[in-house]
Ligand binder design. Structure first.
Ligand code: NAD
Ligand code: DAU
Length: 349
């Protein structure tokens, strides 16, 4: 049981689900959400829990060493769950340096701060680094990524995440910083920023806008319900072996085009449109440079050691996601218009 937990990137998609889970599961612990509120950080994701007595929000950047040191001093963290990152592959292709700064330098700055703060007493401390399956590169038609798959990152995003993973392990081997890591497949669910495939498609279907499918649409991803990821993170934080890495996946592979077509059919049904209406919006567009063909995860280590398994399959999760976006059009409209960026000043200034 950790008493004071720092979650970085808690205003983002996955981070907000992690913060919500920790705040509600551990009322006796203080959960501090540190987030720089980049374009991807949205405090409206946490509206339902932001008045909880055990929740604190701190606006700040993981590149700011002095700020981090002051925060560790103030809250005496015994655990860190590190999610803050630049996370969108397409943005990494147009601006790689931003990814080096946050994902590599930011992670090392955070590692240094934890090491300095905990140097006299590493007992009962834990530094949890949240990473991605993209560090393993791309699969062909067959096979799964295991924790022993050699790293082969192929986009600036995955190269920066791979680099951060190596630094986290180096701090374990060199300084005995008590780390644990996980590498997860594609998440989906509520509060997903509509620049990623699923929320972008839902948003465009709703507005009857073209649905841009890259290349031939045959690229394959393994989709995991985001709350299952948050539950896995909670489980690994408490039960994972120090220094170890755990793969997390949905056992739920979809080719992009099949996924988009399925989404179109569900949305037609929910919006009471004639069958085929949304499929007619599908538009094949220029491919992503260096596009990885397929990701798929073998999560048996996590299942065998800790009993974690995905709780819902895609059809059910997909319908829940589509419904959530239709019931939360205000959230979606705020994100697409940029209005969510004023929430911080309304709430905190
Ligand atoms: P996201 O882009 O939705 O959120 C990232 C958050 O980090 C935002 O709130 C942003 O404001 C914050 N942030 C960015 N730079 C910062 C900085 N310098 N200092 C402080 N805060 C900063 O990302 P996500 O999709 O929720 O992903 C979270 C983590 O999980 C990332 O580390 C990502 O690599 C990893 N991951 C994501 C997926 C996925 O499918 N989305 C899958 C596996 C792993
Ligand atoms: O695998 C885990 C990774 O999943 C995470 O580490 C990343 O942070 C997360 O963004 C996600 O990366 P992807 O590149 O797989 O996700 P994205 O939603 O951008 O794209 C999913 C697939 O859909 C991919 O094959 C590209 C394709 N795509 C995406 C967009 C945005 C399209 O065909 N059209 C689009 O408009």
């Amino acid at each position: 049981m950790f008493k004071s937990i720092l979650v970085t990137g808690g205003a983002g998609f996955i981070g907000s689900h992690v913060v919500r889970r920790m705040v509600t599961q551990y009322p006796g612990s203080t959960i501090v959400n540190l987030d720089a509120l980049t374009y991807a950080g949205n405090l409206e994701n946490l509206r339902d829990i932001d008045q909880s007595p055990n929740y604190r929000f701190e606006k700040g950047n993981i590149l700011d060493a002095a700020f981090l040191a002051q925060l560790f001093d103030q809250y005496q963290f015994d655990a860190v769950i590190h999610l803050a990152a630049e996370s969108h592959v397409d943005r990494s292709i147009s601006d790689p340096l931003a990814f080096v700064q946050t994902n590599v330098l930011g992670t090392v700055t955070l590692l240094n701060t934890a090491r300095n703060a905990w140097q006299n007493d590493l007992d009962g401390k834990r530094f949890y680094h949240v990473s991605t399956d993209e560090v393993y590169g791309s699969l062909g038609e067959e096979g799964l990524f295991t924790e022993n798959t050699p790293y082969d990152p192929r986009s600036p995003y995955s190269a920066s995440k791979a680099s951060s993973d190596h630094f986290v392990r180096a701090y374990w081997h060199t300084y005995h910083l008590p780390v644990v890591l996980s590498n997860c497949s594609n998440n989906y669910g509520p509060y997903h920023f509509p620049e990623k495939l699923i929320p972008l498609m839902i948003s465009n279907i709703r507005q009857m806008k073209p649905l841009p499918v890259y290349g031939d649409g045959k690229y394959t991803r393994d989709w995991l319900w985001v709350e299952d990821h948050a539950r896995a993170i909670d489980t690994i934080l408490h039960q994972g072996r120090t220094g170890e890495t755990y793969n997390i996946g949905g056992n739920n592979e979809w080719k992009n085009i099949d996924l988009v077509e399925k989404l179109c059919d569900i949305m037609d049904e929910l919006l009471e449109r004639a069958p085929g209406t949304s499929r007619s919006l599908i538009t094949f567009v220029k491919d992503r440079p260096g596009h990885d063909l397929r990701y798929a995860i073998d999560a048996s280590k996590l299942r065998d050691e800790m009993g974690w398994e995905p709780s819902i399959q895609f059809e059910e999760g997909f319908r829940k996601t589509a419904l959530w976006y239709l019931e939360n059009t205000e959230w979606l409209d705020h994100v697409t218009s940029g209005a969510y960026q004023t929430y911080y000043s309304k709430q905190y200034d």
